[in-house]
Design a protein around this ligand. Structure first.
Ligand code: GLN
Length: 485
């Protein structure tokens, strides 16, 4: 078996363009890898092998014709909450288990225009609600570094697929940490763009004022390459911002001398694991040795972030998920009348976590409780946003651990939703404030599990993230470590 599957987008681009690797040989290699490890990892809900091979053959012809698309022949996996025309999009939910979208999401359309090969649709927590990918209706995904551990979530399938080399790169979505946290747990790079940077058209809505699509990759350069392709204003998404998209690769290689890096004291909390803290402190020293200037900062409302998020995100979810009624989309369970049909469809179609959130969100939005919960949480959201605005008056970026812990064991937190919610404590504020954040590998714990370093920047300043992340990555080799599978 050739090991082309181990390569990155940028490496493959030059091999393919020089005629040293053909798209068909590449997709064969990736599929041999999938055949070897997928049974253990379960990263995918749907594999699109025939589609991928057909696209690879087309790519060969196009290459001969001199085509120059940036992803021509590159195998990429997509989280199964993004619509792909004619290809099942389940959201890892029974209610959408046979749903075949009649249209393409803007992000996958843009990837298509650049000639990518879809390897398949990856597993997630049902409707992206979760932190471990254990809430999927189609089985758990395992962490490639330790198959008794979770891969993180909700984009656990995408992160595990990249980490296990079952694709060259993947796309995930992040509402409260779902790109960064699984990337951290699986030892890969996960980027959550500024809210509005990437179109959400065709992304199945969970919490619309938080959701953002972003890349999960083997290194920072690939992340920048994919961001160049998927970013931009879209007439089909009125929340996508009409701001210019820079070429994110141009900042790679610029030094970080004199850059001020904020270290929020509230993020080095009591619950943080020793090995995680040690790796992140080591990474901070590395950044300092590269010329960055550490500055202690405070984000005083951090303590309220998880509570505010779980009111707001569930409220939005309760409204967004009203559309699954057995009429417009997906599965239906018949009943004796319309009301009973609705009730049975939703009772059978949704899993327990989704139901819990619909109930919680409906409660917070109901008159009488709205002022006490929803409104209050919106006010807290503003305070959290202001915390960041104040901090960014004196620093260029903020650096924290991505998660307070390493990947936990399968089943460890499923009985206690609150424990599960607390795993997002270090990523959630970024979504409340709509900021960009990236997680890059920065160490391994004594149990051999990856640790992620989170870098946060100002709105629409992804360039600073990439600049710092790349400088750090060039000087370390954590991103090159691979799980033994
Ligand atoms: N874990 C968080 C939640 O369950 C975030 C999920 C996400 O980012 N999609 O809501």
């Amino acid at each position: 078996m050739s090991d082309f599957f181990k390569l990155t987008i940028s490496e493959l681009r030059s091999y393919i363009d020089r005629g040293e690797i053909s798209p068909v040989d590449l997709i064969k290699s990736v599929y041999e890898r999938i055949d070897a490890v997928e049974e253990t990892i379960n990263a995918y809900v749907t594999l699109t092998k025939d589609h991928a091979f057909k696209k690879a053959e087309q790519a060969e012809t196009r290459l001969k014709d001199g085509a120059k698309e940036k992803l021509l022949g590159i195998p990429i996996a997509i989280k199964d909450n993004m619509c792909t025309e004619g290809i099942k999009t389940s959201c890892s939910s029974k209610i959408l288990k046979d749903f075949i979208p009649p249209y393409e999401s803007t992000v996958t359309k843009k990837l298509n225009e650049q000639g990518y090969l879809l390897t398949g649709k990856t597993n997630l927590d049902e409707f992206a609600m979760g932190s471990s990918t254990e809430n999927s209706a189609f089985g758990h995904t395992k962490n490639p570094w330790d198959t008794t551990a979770i891969p993180g979530g909700s984009s656990g399938g995408s992160a595990a697929a990249v980490s296990a080399d079952e694709c060259i790169a993947a796309i995930g979505s992040d509402t409260g940490g779902s790109i960064r946290q699984p990337a951290a747990f699986c030892g890969v790079v996960g980027m959550k763009p500024t809210y509005g940077r990437v179109s959400r058209y065709g992304l199945v809505a969970f919490a619309s004022s938080f959701d953002q699509i972003g890349p999960i990759t083997k290194n920072v350069k690939d992340s920048a390459i994919l961001m160049n392709i998927i970013s931009g204003n879209d007439p089909f998404d009125s929340t996508s911002a009409p701001v210019p998209v820079p070429d994110f690769t141009t900042v790679l290689g610029q030094d970080i001398k004199g850059m001020k890096i904020g270290i929020p004291k509230e993020y080095f909390i009591r619950g943080i694991e020793k090995d995680v803290e040690a790796s992140v402190k080591e990474a901070l020293k590395k950044l300092e040795s590269l010329g960055a200037v550490p500055v202690e900062i405070s984000l005083p409302h951090t303590d309220y972030a998880v509570a505010a998020y779980y009111i707001l995100a569930t409220s939005e979810a309760s409204s967004n998920l009203a559309r699954y009624d057995g009429v417009k989309y997906g599965a239906r369970t018949e009943g004796k009348d319309l009301l009973e049909m609705y009730m049975k469809t939703r009772a059978n179609g949704f899993g327990p976590e989704v139901k819990r959130r619909i109930i919680l969100g409906t409660y917070s939005l109901s008159s009488g409780y709205y002022d006490a919960y929803y409104r209050k949480a919106q006010q807290v959201r503003t305070l959290i946003k202001q915390d960041f605005e104040n901090a960014f008056k004196s620093v260029d970026a903020i650096v924290t651990p991505t998660s307070p812990t390493q990947a936990f064991k399968i089943g460890e937190k499923t009985e206690d939703p609150l424990q599960m919610y607390l795993t997002d404590i270090l990523t959630i504020s970024v979504n409340l404030a709509g900021l960009p954040g990236i997680s890059v590998p920065c160490g391994l714990t004594s149990q051999g599990l990856p640790v992620g370093l989170q870098i946060i920047a100002k709105h629409f300043d992804e360039e600073t993230l990439f600049r710092i992340a790349y400088a750090y990555e060039q000087d370390t080799d954590w991103h090159k470590r691979k799980p033994e599978l």
